[in-house]
Design a protein around this ligand. Structure first.
Ligand code: ADP
Ligand code: MG
Length: 291
């Protein structure tokens, strides 16, 4: 409790440094249920609360990121599907998040489940999201966006490939549990393939340990192992397993608005702060191009 109070005082009301150019990050991990969506929406909300302009692109047909951000995404709503398959501008499908200023979302509807197959026969099928994002960032509506976070489905199909081609940075949430590292080498191999063939700038910039249970030795072991392999990329902040984090989406909220003083919200705020500082410190911001 005392520790949480200190963390709050350190971070409260802080405005994070803004990147010189838009940072586009894909939140990916081929495993399902590891915290991709939770990390996407809470980091996005934390960055926006600290003064950044943030766009979340929901690229998972389940639409969980849209739900958590309080965004309407029933079947008839214009969505990322229209952008990918019909070339509708993102500006026509983006919605403002009702609870957080500076945060908007391109929703996913159930239509997106078919896109994986529909994309196969389309021209430039791997670069459609990249084109949509660069057009948006160059438009009056998208000017001034600091971060684009893309929430991926748990597979390496054409949707995820589109996300990897559109982004410069990969953000990997890792669940501190059994088999956490299993599948990671496959993910890294796939990123390497994309880098060699489709997007030479793609790199893993950020790794966040999530669902950390401080009572188990296993969680500490997984965390140590990840830090050993990825000392540069792994964030100091660790997201604990927290009931408040898992409750928030059923209220159409992120934990950042649902319970901003909870330790889960504080962890995401710390992670967002590290992300912003790294972007500024590493100068990755200054070399960033809008893909
Ligand atoms: P993914 O997008 O990788 O499939 P989710 O972000 O949807 O994973 O998380 C999977 C489940 O775990 C969800 O029910 C979510 O609410 C829950 N969850 C995620 N992070 C935490 C956490 N830190 N503490 C408790 N539950 C969490
Ligand atoms: Mg998800």
């Amino acid at each position: 409790m005392a520790k949480d109070a200190r963390r709050r005082i350190t971070l409260a009301g802080r405005t994070f440094p803004r990147p010189a150019h838009t940072r586009v990050l894909t939140v990916a991990n081929q495993k399902g249920g590891v915290g991709k969506t939770t990390t996407t929406v809470n980091l996005a909300a934390a960055l926006a609360q600290a003064g950044a302009t943030v766009l979340v692109i929901d690229l998972d047909p389940q639409g969980n990121a849209s739900t958590a951000l309080g965004i309407d995404h029933h079947a008839e709503i214009p969505s990322v599907y229209d952008a990918l398959v019909d070339g509708t501008p993102l500006a026509d499908v983006v919605q403002a998040c009702p609870d957080v200023e500076g945060l908007s979302c391109v929703p996913a509807t159930i239509d997106l489940a078919g896109a994986e197959i529909e994309l196969v026969s389309l021209v430039a099928r791997e670069t459609r999201l990249a084109k949509a994002i660069s057009a948006y960032l160059a438009s009056p509506e998208g000017a001034g966006v600091d971060y684009v976070l893309i929430d991926c489905p748990p597979s390496l199909g054409l949707l995820t490939i589109n996300a990897f081609v559109a982004a410069r940075e990969v953000f990997i949430p890792i669940q501190c549990e059994y088999y956490a590292l299993e599948g990671l080498s496959q993910l890294l191999k796939n990123i390497e393939l994309i880098r060699n063939h489709l997007n030479p700038d793609l790199h893993v910039s950020s790794i966040l340990l999530t669902m950390y249970d401080g009572r188990t030795r296993l969680a500490a072991q997984v965390a140590d192992e990840v830090r050993e392999h990825f000392p540069e990329q792994t964030f100091k902040a660790v997201v604990p397993r927290s009931v408040r984090i898992s409750e928030a989406p059923s209220h159409g909220q992120t934990v950042m608005t649902y319970d901003p003083n909870s330790s889960g919200a504080l962890s995401y705020l710390e992670a967002a702060s590290e992300m912003a500082d790294r972007g500024a410190a590493h100068g990755s911001a200054s070399t960033e191009e809008n893909a």
